[in-house]
Write a protein that binds this ligand. Structure first.
Ligand code: AMP
Length: 213
């Protein structure tokens, strides 16, 4: 099973991708996580990506495409994968298409913009272990501190108001159109992402299971 999950920032795509990967025992590939890991490890890629990401822009296609190509070439992806955050524009769609990995289904999470802004501005991440929180939906037990390691909770630079608007506009202008490409291939499934996490997950699984036949 080779999947792609689409959805704007804070649509819950990372959470759902993890749950789907664990449910079907497939590999979760998040380009955003790959960049963030490189940033926290201080690698050359991290150094390049950091400034771009903090401004709310996209990392250049040649860099991103190469990362995905290398990851998909690893043996563990043969059992199936779910791409989260990739492809994000038409060049990436074309590049992925040329890798000839048959995409079984493309999941699109639909969430209204007001709800996205509310979710993003309340998002916090642990500065030590990188665990995610939300001041409305996934509150830490102690204010400002991580439940796991007591690290300080911070707001990602790309979750600040100016970057949020830019990222949602990029999504509207570029990424949404990609859905048409997959719609024409007959692999797109639309899911209402404005529901509790478990209900969204249930809808995804029943849609994936019923569309197999
Ligand atoms: P995400 O966690 O998916 O929201 O990604 C965080 C940031 O990483 C994005 O705002 C981009 O700057 C960068 N990024 C992630 N995936 C891609 C991609 N496919 N193409 C270009 N930049 C990306």
């Amino acid at each position: 099973m080779n999947l792609i999950i689409f959805g704007p920032q804070a649509s819950g795509k990372g959470t759902q991708a993890e749950k789907i990967a664990s449910n079907y025992q497939i590999i979760h590939i998040s380009t955003g996580d790959i960049f963030r890991n490189n940033i926290s490890k201080g690698t050359e890629l991290g150094r390049i990506a950091k400034e771009i990401i903090n401004k709310g822009n996209l990392v250049p296609d040649d860099i991103t495409n190469k990362i995905v190509e290398n990851r998909l070439a690893q043996k563990d992806c043969d059992k199936g994968f779910i791409l989260d955050g990739y492809p994000r524009n038409y060049h990436q769609v074309e590049f992925l298409d040329k890798l000839h990995r048959k995409i079984t289904r493309v999941i699109n999470l639909d969430v209204p913009r007001e709800e996205l802004i509310k979710r993003i501005s309340n998002r916090r991440v642990c500065s030590d272990c990188k665990a995610n929180y939300n001041l409305i939906y996934i509150k830490p037990k102690k204010q400002g501190l991580c439940d796991e390691c007591e690290g300080t909770l911070v707001q990602r630079d790309d979750d600040k108001p100016k970057a949020i608007e830019k990222r949602l506009n990029i999504y509207d202008n570029q990424t949404k159109q990609l859905l048409d490409f997959y719609q024409k291939k007959g692999v797109l499934i639309n899911i209402n992402g404005d529901q509790p996490i478990e209900k969204v997950f249930k809808d995804i699984i029943s849609s994936l299971n019923s569309s197999k036949h």
